[in-house]
Design a protein around this ligand. Sequence first.
Ligand code: MF3
Ligand code: CO
Length: 263
Amino acid sequence: MIIYKSEAEIEMMRQSSQIVARILSELKDMIRPGLETRELDKYAESRARELGAVPAFKGYRGYPSSLCVSVNEEIVHGIPSSRRLQEGDIVSLDFGVVYEGFYGDAALTVPVGQVSELALRLIEVAKSAFYRGLEKLKVGNRLSDVSAAIQQEVEKAGFSVIRAFVGHGIGRSLHEEPQLPNFGLPGHGPRLKKGLTLAIEPMIAAGHWEVEVLNDGWTATTQDRSLSAHYEHTVALTDHGVEILSLDSREASNLKTGSAVNA
Ligand code: MF3
Ligand code: CO
């Protein structure tokens, strides 16, 4: 069952999502060669608690950390460790909190210093695929219209869409119905209605879409070890159209002035 949210509930989700946005933006600024990935986790957790929120992932199905840090061929659910970031890496940061009973969830992929052209393009396409999908989030459209638009954008660029993980409804739980695959044919699934709140999260690979889970039981990598990127926001469908609840204020002002490339 899909749980549609009232304006008041969306306001609560805006608050939790804004905490996520702020922390992710701060984490992004910390990224540099030599940084241990566990330092990012430590910062995210203490910053969340400082802002009155609780990290959403720690303890979720036994996940050991507050943040997911996935480097290069790692797609999602990388566990922070003593691993040091290196120049040329790309690093995906996925973070969620619960604040006053409501969840926010977002992710992005960041280059570490100078990275390859391919890596930069992959990062850009994960983001543009999110926006292509978002354009289809309109009252009366079908859910799989979003999936199809994401897949089309990714495959047009010559990349592939990860099938093993999906976007999801979000609210008083981290994962609610509906599931939102990043691939599929348009015209299927529930019709989109006001009050729908979703985490839209394309996960893409430079090579093939097959996934392998490492021995730690969490870290998902591409089977062919090709690079992977992730981009996620918590969004809401309201009377005024769609709103990206977890958009960082700095990026939001770029969107308004039209200087953002992928909007
Ligand atoms: N953004 C991810 C999700 O939607 C993160 C979950 S990590 C986990 O589900 F550890 F909590 F599973
Ligand atoms: Co998510």
